[in-house]
Design a binder for this molecule. Structure first.
Ligand code: SF4
Length: 236
């Protein structure tokens, strides 16, 4: 049986877009296209926006795992677990949760009088279906880990706010997506099962390019898949 490693939130979203992309990410990482400077800049602005969101809930503990290696994530998740078992009122930033092989990092987790509130930060105005899938996966992992939030929220840009300008907490909006996320829980369970199974077989590599290659994101294996498909066509 092949090792699948941990399934992070971004791996889950990648796999939802295309299981082959997840397979390649796990097995042919070096064949990815390098991120463009524009994409790197978008990531940087997104990270800045995430850090600004901490100011909505000041005084929390930064739990960011120092690296994204599985062993580090598991230790980080265990630390979060121990803290949540100990404190009924606490704010955690970048808190890891794990229900093997699924892992997620919640941008902001607020425990108040024993109840847990989760806040995922997204640096755009609209809440897309991908963001809801993303939040649904996090809810899934947190609840399976024994820490189901009573409320799942998305922190995003207010209408009219511009990510390219200097932003303040007043430019942020919090939207409760608990109902949508709960409705997606059985889908998440099924998708996780399908992705784990797709990671077990090389048949996943037979998935051809299609509309999924650009939606919801440009897949970073487009060049690789294009080359592979050409090779297959010229092979007698
Ligand atoms: S390029 Fe298309 S077919 Fe290839 S892995 Fe990406 S999404 Fe899948």
């Amino acid at each position: 049986m092949k090792k699948t490693g941990l399934i992070s939130k971004s791996a889950y979203i990648r796999g939802l877009q295309c299981p082959k992309s997840l397979y390649l990410y796990k097995n042919n990482y070096a064949d990815r296209e390098k991120p463009s400077p524009e994409l790197l800049e978008r990531f940087r602005k997104g990270n800045d926006f995430g850090a600004l969101a901490w100011q909505l809930f000041p005084g929390g503990m930064d739990m960011s795992p120092k690296m994204q290696y599985p062993g580090v994530l598991l230790v980080a998740a265990d630390r979060v677990k121990q803290i949540l078992l100990q404190y009924h009122d606490i704010i955690l930033y970048e808190a890891a949760f794990c229900h093997q092989p699924c892992v997620c990092i919640m941008d902001i987790a607020v425990r108040s009088e024993g109840l847990l509130y989760a806040y995922e930060v997204k640096s755009s105005v609209n809440i897309s279906s991908t963001y809801l899938n993303d939040a649904a996966y996090q809810y899934y992992v947190m609840s399976k880990a024994g820490f189901a939030p009573v409320q799942m929220n998305i922190v995003h840009l207010k209408e009219g706010a511009d990510l390219n300008e200097l932003l303040h907490v007043e430019d942020m909006r919090v939207t409760d997506v608990t109902r949508q996320v709960l409705d997606l829980q059985s889908d998440v369970e099924e998708h996780v099962r399908q992705l784990l199974s797709a990671l077990q077989t090389e048949d996943t590599l037979l998935i051809p390019r299609g509309e999924q290659c650009e939606f919801p994101y440009h897949c970073d294996f487009v060049s690789y898949c294009t080359r592979q498909e050409k090779k297959i066509k010229i092979t007698p």
